[in-house]
Design a protein around this ligand. Structure first.
Ligand SMILES: *[C@@H]1O[C@H](CO)[C@@H](O)[C@H](O)[C@H]1NC(C)=O
Ligand SMILES: *[C@@H]1O[C@H](CO)[C@@H](O)[C@H](O)[C@H]1NC(C)=O
Ligand SMILES: *[C@@H]1O[C@H](CO)[C@@H](O)[C@H](O)[C@H]1NC(C)=O
Ligand SMILES: *[C@@H]1O[C@H](CO)[C@@H](O)[C@H](O)[C@H]1NC(C)=O
Length: 376
């Protein structure tokens, strides 16, 4: 763990100078020739960085602007969700780093080469064009300062590609962040305007940075729209907290995943938050709030977690076990999930027990044994 940490820190320092793509590439891409990922290699448990070595950095789009807010959102997505990224970027006025992932299927019988076939090259070129268009589309002053990293991975079969390397991508995105405050966020979440407004104030941002340096993680309550769809969502994200309180009381907004996974945000006491009380949230197994952390205290995401399930719960547990306390942000802050339905593409077609045991290296497994697994 320590070694990989040092490795990242060194990489980050390098990135402040010179040709950033080349430096990042030498940091991330394997020194050995790339390989195809097979079903069995995709299940290998990972103790260090080694098992992500088939994930290749293809291209980067750096933001030409300096961060306008000293909090970087780090996120990850598969290429089919690029429009969702665009929406998130337009909801936030600070820096966003997104790791975009394109799995390429290249069975040996089609092409035994370990580099992308002509067909896959064409596909990658097409993706690059699409991402270039997205990068241009968010150049407006009200949008985020977007940095995108495009990764691909070659698979020898469709089944080998089902386990999306969620945590490796989060770590890659983090490597490029230039601010001390980091906000790991799922790409389908929008950020309330009030968050951007508050942190555009230099002294407020400084306050947050100072407190976070003292091992405080700031929780941003997450809400979801019950009725009204996109329009309500947009209005809530741009509106005042008072309006949100009303919508909450009217049942238009509710705690994120209130019915599908109540444990996830239960300890972010929404009633207290709505009444502007300042309070600390207690950790409990299964808690998975979204939070802003200081670079120095943000653990690396354990890359053993791939596919769906446990990746955030284990991260929050990790933060808790590092004695970082959770403080709920009360000032005018909220974020609103987008109406985009989560894809169910990452379902795993084998026994959940087997899958869990395979994916979690033993040391993590002890820690996580109590977590209610794979709540849907
Ligand atoms: C396989 O892909 C490689 C690398 O792109 C290419 O050079 C080669 O011609 C391809 N082979 C076949 C049989 O298509
Ligand atoms: C910034 O926040 C401080 C409190 O931290 C406040 O006193 C000041 O008025 C704010 N500045 C602006 C421009 O809103
Ligand atoms: C957390 O705090 C407890 C009690 O003060 C201490 O025993 C433990 O070593 C700390 N853990 C870490 C990771 O710092
Ligand atoms: C998943 O497994 C079931 C039962 O073994 C099988 O019928 C189904 O076709 C599989 N689905 C996929 C996508 O492989």
């Amino acid at each position: 763990m320590l070694l990989s940490r040092l490795f990242f820190v060194v990489c980050q320092i390098f990135l402040l100078h010179g040709n950033r793509f080349l430096e990042l590439e030498s940091c991330i891409n394997p020194k050995d020739p790339p390989r195809k990922t097979s079903w069995s290699s995709s299940l290998q448990s990972c103790s260090e960085f080694s098992c992500t070595s088939n994930v290749i950095l293809r291209k980067t789009w750096f933001s030409s602007e300096k961060p306008r807010i000293p909090v970087t959102i780090i996120t990850q997505l598969s290429i089919d969700r690029k429009e969702v990224l665009q929406r998130q970027c337009k909801s936030y006025m600070g820096p966003v780093v997104a790791a975009v992932y394109a799995p390429l299927i290249q069975p040996d019988w089609l092409n035994a080469s370990n580099t992308p076939s002509e067909h896959n090259e064409q596909y990658l070129t097409q993706i690059e064009q699409q991402l270039t268009a997205i990068h241009r589309s968010v150049l407006a002053p009200g949008s985020c300062q977007l940095t995108m990293l495009l990764f691909y991975e070659l698979f020898d079969s469709v089944s080998a590609s089902v386990l999306y390397p969620v945590n490796a991508l989060r770590n890659f995105a983090r490597m490029v962040a230039q601010t001390n405050l980091i906000f790991p966020l799922d790409v389908d979440m929008l950020v309330s305007k009030s968050f951007s407004n508050l942190l555009s104030n230099h002294s407020e941002a400084q306050k947050m940075e100072k407190m976070s340096a003292k091992q405080i993680a700031f929780i941003l309550p997450a809400l979801e729209v019950v009725t009204g769809g996109l329009q309500v969502e947009q209005a809530s994200c741009e509106g005042s907290k008072q309006a949100i309180v009303e919508q909450f009381n009217n049942g238009v907004l509710q705690q994120f995943k209130k019915f599908t996974y109540p444990l996830g945000h239960r300890n972010t006491d929404y009633r207290r938050w709505l009444s502007n009380e300042v309070f600390d949230a207690d950790w409990e197994p299964g808690y998975e709030p979204y939070m802003v952390l200081h670079w120095d205290h943000l653990p690396w995401f354990h890359i053993g977690f791939k596919g769906f399930g446990l990746n955030k719960v284990s991260f929050v547990a990790d933060v808790h076990h590092r004695n970082i306390s959770f403080k709920v942000i009360t000032k005018k802050l909220v974020f609103c999930p987008s109406a985009c339905k989560r894809k169910k593409a990452l379902q795993i077609n084998f026994s959940k027990k087997h899958c869990t045991a395979e994916m979690i290296p033993p040391s993590m497994y002890d820690l996580l044994a109590w977590i209610p697994l794979f709540q849907s």
